[in-house]
Design a protein around this ligand. Structure first.
Ligand code: HEC
Ligand code: HEC
Length: 215
């Protein structure tokens, strides 16, 4: 009887602790979630959430909270499949996802600098980014992702300041179908219309539009 009581009290305590933990997004960011497998985000996305460009780990700092929340839900449903983030997102509760999304959105990220012509990987990539390629039904990237790729609202994430290796990996993921989480297959259609050279070039172009993260 004694031990049953203890188990019950222990369980109630764990629930309470779990709740307190879930509400503290900053703590999930630095120390991980309440369930096994919910690793701290800082381990890969860096102490300031600026990502790890060499490894192709994206920045989270300053991304819209609703976009981050949607990605974590998409990882856990495998609409966006990734061997690292899929199990991790599944290990977070709904409340933890909401809290950590708010926390990373609140991390500061400097506004992207305007492009320096000398850093551009060629006018063809700038043209693709700024004007699209209408003969192939590819709209300008900036028409959805905003001027200088700074992002627009909750649905269109920033491209500027993300590592080039990350951006090109996402375009490749849409091309091979491992990422199929966007409304109306907008990005799927665009990515599949790009050549391998354009994927690399446009990724470097947007990655270079930031003083913080070099491609
Ligand atoms: C072990 C390394 C690792 C850890 C720990 C980790 N991530 Fe990630 N994360 C990645 C990688 C790698 C990607 C890129 C996945 C891809 O290519 O689709 C990523 C991508 C993301 C994205 C997509 C960003 C975008 O621009 O679409 C979000 C959101 C994210 N992680 C959130 C988190 C959160 C929140 C945590 C902590 C609870 C976390 N990650 C912990 C490695 C990690
Ligand atoms: C019609 C609107 C639209 C246009 C045009 C567009 N995108 Fe996107 N893009 C989106 C949406 C919406 C998402 C987010 C999908 C989701 O919810 O995961 C996205 C996401 C991305 C991502 C993933 C970012 C991340 O943080 O994971 C990359 C990379 C990307 N777009 C590159 C491009 C490039 C390069 C172009 C131009 C060749 C382009 N996009 C044009 C709508 C658009």
């Amino acid at each position: 009887m004694m031990s049953l009581g203890r188990v019950f009290i222990g369980g109630a305590l764990l629930l309470l602790l779990g709740n307190a933990h879930a509400q503290d997004g900053k703590q999930i960011f630095t120390q991980g979630g309440s369930q096994p497998g919910a690793m701290p985000c800082v381990a890969c996305h860096g102490p300031d959430g600026l990502g790890l460009p060499a490894a192709g780990f994206p920045r989270l700092a300053g991304l819209p909270a609703e976009y981050v929340r949607k990605q974590l839900v998409d990882f856990s449903s495998a609409a966006r499949s990734n061997p690292v983030m899929e199990p991790l997102a599944k290990a977070l509760t709904e409340a933890e996802i909401a809290a950590v999304s708010q926390a990373v959105a609140a991390l500061p990220f400097p506004a992207p600098a305007t492009a320096h012509r000398s850093e551009m990987p060629g006018n063809a990539m700038q043209k693709l980014a700024l004007q699209g390629a209408w003969e192939r039904q590819i709209p300008a990237c900036v028409s959805c992702h905003g001027p200088a790729g700074a992002g627009v609202g909750d649905a269109f994430p920033p491209l500027a300041g993300q590592p080039a290796a990350y951006l090109s990996a996402q375009l490749a993921a849409w091309q091979n179908g491992t990422r199929h989480n966007d409304p109306n297959d907008l990005m799927g259609h665009i990515a599949k219309s790009l050549t391998a050279e354009e994927v690399q070039g446009v990724a470097h172009y947007f990655a270079s539009l930031s003083p913080e993260v070099k491609p």
